[in-house]
Design a protein around this ligand. Structure first.
Ligand code: SDX
Length: 427
């Protein structure tokens, strides 16, 4: 196929600059600007609104149509027919597993759920009221202390082992962050339980009695993980790639992703949505908050609304809204859950308001997830930890895809606006 190209003509430059154009399987074509520096120019794109940082086969998003594909499969179909662990396999290996491959993968993950006893002792150093994300980012990074020397990231088998270890250990570490905060003993994983059941067991079980896990709630938390599993080059995934591009230990790259996710503009939004719905309190106060969100002089934003890529409904929010109904019915809150009622009303009002319509601001993945998590009995401070658990396979799939290919250290440039060269005032 003849190579298409763009031509950049610059006033004062006699020759136009040829820039190759590459097509994707789906989505926008890209203009390769790597040669631009030879002509003395850089591209300028703070926030990377129009920048493709890499080539990837993993996830595709069509923001205009609200489409999300994991390795080509629509998120709605995976949500209906798949499981989180099967989706982890798909993201990591590119294809859905056979029945035998799925069972083998589930077993492999099961036997990586325990963490070194040394990790237990880290928690003794955290204050009881430490935010769970501050503990998670610390202990995940600390895993590099246990798995560094023998690690060869050029070996695909060892890269797969890193991904399996982290996927297996995240539920255990997450539950430890929760248990530390409430002063209860850590619960060890139980191999007889499924992945979601094991997590809920480690979260809410105690050594004093058997803890029966509701299959509806186990399915709901598994679906929450699945819906968060990957999302193309979002801020935290780009952070993992940038850290990984230096050849750093993968557990530390993963910890960098956890750190980036914590921000309220990103994965911290689910916690912020619950706080916002609580502040609104009654449907009669919704207009006041809509007014604040629209006021250009007020930095307040409607949490759980808007998205850099989706300019239509976030398909994950639609699935979450349905799951909300099921979970609230299972816990007997369907009728009088104020938060859900306020959320539905807020969504309805916002979607009829020109400010949100003109800016194509729709509910995103975080808008309903918090209501489900709260109904599951998970405290608000743990919401972003749950998001990090879900995003684990995505972060590891992108890290593996980059390290397994021809990659260079990520090193952006800048538009320098500082002082010109000047001499030190020698007295
Ligand atoms: C996630 O990237 C991913 O894929 C992330 C994620 C994933 O799975 O990894 O999908 C997960 O992070 C979802 C987003 C969660 N964050 C929130 O819900 C926080 C609230 N949302 C906003 O902060 C905002 O919408 C962002 C950060 C999500 C997107 O910001 P952009 O793309 O930089 O958009 P912008 O800030 O330039 O806003 C464009 C306009 C502005 O108004 P004008 O200056 O044009 O007048 O829309 C307004 C903004 O003020 N706007 C909002 C708004 N979001 C954008 N106004 C009110 N409330 C909002 N929520």
């Amino acid at each position: 196929m003849t190579e298409r190209k763009a031509q950049l003509t610059v006033e004062g430059h006699d020759k136009p600059i040829d820039l190759p154009i590459y097509p994707g399987t789906l989505g926008p074509d890209v203009v390769d600007v790597r040669g631009l520096i030879k002509s003395g120019f850089l591209t300028y794109d703070p926030g990377f609104m129009s920048t493709a940082s890499c080539e990837s086969d993993i996830t595709y998003i069509n923001g205009g149509e609200g489409v999300l594909l994991y390795r080509g499969y629509p998120i709605e179909q995976l949500a209906e027919h798949s499981s989180f662990l099967e989706t982890c396999y798909l993201l990591l290996h590119g294809e859905l597993p056979s029945a035998g491959e799925r069972l083998e993968f589930e077993n492999t993950i099961r036997y990586h759920t325990m963490v070194d006893q040394g990790v237990h002792r880290f928690f003794n150093g955290f204050p009881r009221n430490a935010h769970p994300m501050s503990m998670l980012v610390s202990v995940v990074g600390a895993l590099s202390a246990f798995y560094h020397d023998e690690l060869d990231i050029s070996d695909p088998t060892q890269r797969t082992l890193v991904a399996q270890r982290i996927i297996g250990k995240m539920p255990t570490l997450a539950a430890m962050c929760y248990k530390h905060g409430i002063g209860q003993p850590f619960m060890y994983p139980r191999n007889a339980l499924s992945f979601p059941e094991n997590f809920l067991h480690m979260m809410f079980g105690t050594p004093c009695e058997e803890n029966a896990v509701s299959p509806v709630l186990a399915r709901a938390i598994d679906l929450i993980f699945l819906l968060h599993a990957d999302h193309e080059q979002n801020a935290s995934t780009s952070t993992v790639r940038l850290a990984g591009s230096t050849g750093a230990n993968p557990y530390s790259c993963f910890a960098a992703g956890v750190a980036a996710l914590w921000g309220p503009a990103h994965g911290g939004a689910n916690e912020a949505v619950l706080k916002m719905l609580g502040e609104i309190g009654t449907e009669s106060r919704i207009d006041e908050f809509i007014r604040r969100a629209k006021d250009p002089n007020d930095p307040y934003r409607l949490m759980g609304f808007g998205h850099r890529v989706y300019k239509n409904f976030d398909p994950r929010a639609k699935v979450m809204r349905e799951v909300c109904n099921d979970v609230l019915e299972d816990v007997g809150e369907a009728a009088d859950n104020d938060l859900f009622r306020i959320a539905r009303r807020l969504e309805q009002i916002a979607l009829e308001d020109d400010y949100f319509i003109n800016r194509k601001l729709y509910p995103n993945v975080d808008f309903y997830s918090g209501i489900i998590l709260k109904a599951l009995g998970i405290p608000t401070s743990m919401f972003t930890v749950i998001f990090a658990m879900g995003r684990t396979p995505g972060w590891m799939a992108h890290w593996d895809e980059m390290v397994g290919g021809a990659y260079r250290i990520g090193r952006p440039r800048q538009l320098y606006r500082g002082p010109g060269m000047r001499d030190y005032p020698v007295k």
